[in-house]
Design a binder for this molecule. Sequence first.
Ligand code: NAD
Length: 340
Amino acid sequence: MTHRITLLPGDGIGPEVTEATVQVLEAAGVEVDWDRHRVIGQTAVERGRPALPPDVIDSLHETGVALKGPVTTPVGQGFTSVNVQLRQRLDLYANVRPCTVLPGIETPFANTDLIIFRENTEGLYSGIEHYDERLEIADSIARVSKRGSERIVRFAFEYARREGRERVTLAHKANILKKSSGLFLDVGREVAAEYPEIEFEDRIIDALCMQLVMNPEEFDCIVSTNLFGDILSDIAAGLVGGLGVTAGANIGDDCAVFEAVHGSAPDIAGQNVANPTALILSAVMMLRHLGEDTAARAIQEALRDQYREQTALTPDVGGEASTAAFADALSDRVADRVAG
Ligand code: NAD
């Protein structure tokens, strides 16, 4: 069956890692009719268009699935993050970030195997901000709703149940943020009671951060509000080898956007050295979402072999290969597996 998928290469290293990922999917024999949209973010603004052009949203409404490269967001000024807009406009409330160590990656935390579930549409990223020029005071509102909390915690428990995971840890700051974080914790406890077979615990975010870098193997699934979840996922990415190898998905009831945790990496853009692994692993999540389990397994196992044998790896994980050389080597492995 041919899948129609929206393709958003993004900017910075986005087009390089996206091209590599598309090549690997082709090698796996997955038939895709890509609906490509290259004009997004700064590129769109320079052409007098909105940073998130309406045709991108229309495409996603039609296909329901996107593979997305990173998009640069101007700091402190300029347009609202395309990523945040996409998540809010399409109500992609669940950000899922699995963090597992690939073979051959040097890390003191080889047994890390956890999944972060981050609420994606509200909290401190609600976009409710105000600057009072007279008093020179800025406010950013961390809006937390009962519905928003319930659906992300339920999503985490359903995922844990489906994947045979044992424990869900809820990260919060309810000792200080008694209303917003307090609501998230209360709702979390209520939802957890419906899943007695899965262990539930809650931790205060700062203590959790310390425990996460000292004993990451103690954690299984972690669910949190938007900002805490964002920071936790980068910590967890660091534990398993860095941003180059950490995948992600933004999932709603009607649409899903699969993208790496990393950004557009302007420091290495255009140099053909970016690691496409994170986007390739995001594409593996996409294939599972689409029911293409055989292709997903072929790519994941070929990737593990490539890391285990330390062939054609990119500089961020200790190799010397280019993005294109990594993709060529992996595509050959995937094609061999599919043929065999
Ligand atoms: P970043 O993730 O782009 O880069 C952080 C560091 O990690 C850099 O040194 C970079 O070279 C390295 N890195 C990242 N991905 C890599 C890869 N695949 N291979 C090898 N090295 C890699 O974070 P940043 O510099 O804070 O952000 C740059 C821009 O990206 C910002 O405008 C930010 O807003 C945007 N951003 C976009 C997304 C998204 O589109 N989903 C996510 C995060 C950041």
